[in-house]
Design a protein around this ligand. Structure first.
Ligand SMILES: [Zn+2]
Length: 224
């Protein structure tokens, strides 16, 4: 038996005993691929529908993969509270697919969570996805580059102006990350954006630290 047919045979055996599931709805499906019914219900935001906030808070460009509703919303909630590995890989693969819609970049950072929240949840879900995207893209993931200095109440109920006020001054650059940011093109990866206030505030802090360009890529965006 040749090496490649042995590999195929072993893959078949594994899939026989451990049938793969759709990462979004958990029904049987091909590995790390959304099933056809989930695929149909996804609201994909394609490149012409990008969220452009050029000149606002130092953010040069922001793209989101999906509208924050339906199966994506459910899956993001599940991921936030469980960290399911299959969802991490699926989300990272979807973000990775959108990289050609952004200019080239040098480093990946993520929106930080306050340490009290990390203690409560055990992990920062955006950091898990960002690390995976950076690895796929062969770029440096600058973990902990941005630090959250104020706790910041949950933003879900706040209006845009309130959100902007609530994140003002909430972030800092870690001293050890200065060199990785200065004169670099930085990509911020996050799970969901609503008004963009948080990402814009992060962009402002990164620009202040000398970043040349700031792009953002989020999994989902709330569509008003
Ligand atoms: Zn599905």
């Amino acid at each position: 038996m040749s090496r490649s047919s042995l590999k195929r045979f072993l893959e078949y055996l594994v899939s026989f005993f451990y049938p793969a599931r759709c990462p979004l709805c958990d029904q049987f499906s091909a590995r790390c691929v959304a099933c056809s019914s989930c695929k149909e219900s996804l609201s994909v935001l394609d490149a012409p529908a990008v969220f452009l906030v050029a000149g606002f808070g130092g953010l040069d460009r922001c793209i989101s993969c999906f509208a924050f509703d339906g199966v994506v919303k459910d899956a993001i909630h599940r991921f936030k509270y469980s960290g399911e590995l299959s969802l991490r890989d699926y989300f990272a693969s979807q973000l990775f697919k959108r990289l050609p819609d952004l200019p080239d970049f040098d480093v990946v950072v993520t929106v930080p969570m306050h340490k009290n929240k990390i203690v409560k949840r055990g992990f920062n879900q955006a950091a898990l996805i960002a690390a995976s995207v950076a690895r796929r893209a062969g770029k440096k993931f600058c973990h902990g580059a941005l630090v959250r200095i104020s706790d910041g109440a949950s933003q879900t109920q706040l209006q845009r102006t309130e959100r902007i006020a609530s994140v003002k001054g909430a972030f800092n650059i870690d001293d050890s990350a200065q060199e990785n940011i200065k004169n670099k093109k930085v990509l911020i990866i996050d799970d969901v954006t609503t008004t963009g206030a948080t990402i814009c505030e992060c962009a402002k802090v990164l620009k202040k630290a000398g970043a040349e360009k700031i792009y953002a890529l989020t999994l989902a965006r709330t569509i008003a």
